[in-house]
Design a binder for this molecule. Sequence first.
Ligand SMILES: Cc1cc2nc3c(=O)[nH]c(=O)nc-3n(C[C@H](O)[C@H](O)[C@H](O)COP(=O)(O)OP(=O)(O)OC[C@H]3O[C@@H](n4cnc5c(N)ncnc54)[C@H](O)[C@@H]3O)c2cc1C
Length: 447
Amino acid sequence: MTLPQATKYAIIGAGIHGLSTAFHLAQMLKATGKGSGADILIVDKAAVAAGASGIACGVVRNNYFQPAMRELMAHSVEVWESDPKAYSYHPVGYMQISPECMRADVASIYEQQQAIGYESVFVDGAEASARYMKGLFDDWQAQGITSVLHEKRGGYANNQASMHGLAAKAEAEGVRILPGVEVQSFEFGSNSGAVTALNTNQGRIACETVVVGVGPWVNKIWNLLELPKQITVKANGKVRDDVPMWKFWCLEEGTLGVDPLMHRTNDGRFPPVLHVDTDAPLYSDRDGKLITDKIWGIYYKPDFNFGGVQGGASPYKVDQDPDRVAVDPYGPESPEFVVGEDFIDMWCSALAHCQKRFEGQMPRYKREENSGGLGCFTPDNFPVFDVFRENVYVIADSNHGYKMIGVGKLVAQELVGEKSMLLEPFRFGRFAKGELHPTSHSPFPWS
Ligand SMILES: Cc1cc2nc3c(=O)[nH]c(=O)nc-3n(C[C@H](O)[C@H](O)[C@H](O)COP(=O)(O)OP(=O)(O)OC[C@H]3O[C@@H](n4cnc5c(N)ncnc54)[C@H](O)[C@@H]3O)c2cc1C
């Protein structure tokens, strides 16, 4: 490998955001006569799809309580739909199945989906919801459900395949992707705060513009950029100056090693991705013990890529100083941040709570495969897409981001000089101004 001494655009991270930005930027540079993919270099300390994008469940949905998130997701779904083959995208749809405390939130999501022309069906009331669900799955038995939102678009994509598809598209545009190159420090200009070069484990690369797409490693790169560890956040009329910029949550996901074909609709089709939240008590399918009587949630889909029915549950907060959290080794390699018996009992019991076909299946859970992984979140749990130090575009998706394949397209648009209204609600300045996104009643930090 020869390390170039300089590049116009240096992108750090070959996950969904780095790759999507590179591919779309290459196309836009060519279209505007401003350059080509040869002006873009992606460096990754490991390889394509080595981070969160390569282990994500891969769910693509619109369902968000926050209007700005919904508009952004609608844009991303269009990008997924633009090349389903290369992106290994399965447009099976998505369902949000909810308890009473979420009914009003989800009804408003439906109304706003209608306003932006995003096709969905809203089923209101306990009886109507049960009828609708039994119409799809005759073994449906989830309790405490009073509404169903059925998004006809969205679905899921296969994590590794979609990243390699995107990488191939970027390389076909002339982008260079260098694995095994870790950014260890930055050089800053003498008369400005701009970054003038990346210092890597393989040598120095001078650059004009930097794009950061490092997923769960963002806290580390943020520190190298000498950006503030604590920030001012205005919320509910109060101003706090000491809010940590980053915090970690651990995502809990796994696979039931059954034939994926056992989870089909009554008419034999592949089902939408199901996301169920309920406040009905959850009892263990193993020994009948009460697991929780608080609101809980799971999501699942049949997936040949994972070899079974794959999905997850609410993540848990990592209660550690972000600088001390061991992000490496990442994902299934981590000795610390993979799922354990509590998750297996909860998730498999929750599947059985929802559909009779999953009763007694817990022994088939794939214990031999580690799963789960860290996500790095902002103070309000929503993304930050903004320019720092004059020439560093940080794409910090607060772990919403596998579905956000369109963000790279919008970032590319901004890099060639055209502001994106869709990205505007995600600027860093919103924290100090108190322009935070509304929060929902969902048990998940990213809904
Ligand atoms: C278990 C799990 C399931 C998820 N499921 C979903 C889902 O279903 N739907 C959804 O929308 N989102 C999901 N997410 C969130 C989503 O995966 C992430 O938000 C998204 O993939 C982040 O993409 P990224 O490009 O920012 O970073 P990543 O994909 O993490 O890529 C970052 C890359 O940066 C590289 N890197 C890091 N530091 C350096 C450095 N110093 N120098 C060079 N390279 C560096 C890494 O090697 C890595 O390859 C999930 C996350 C997890 C953990």
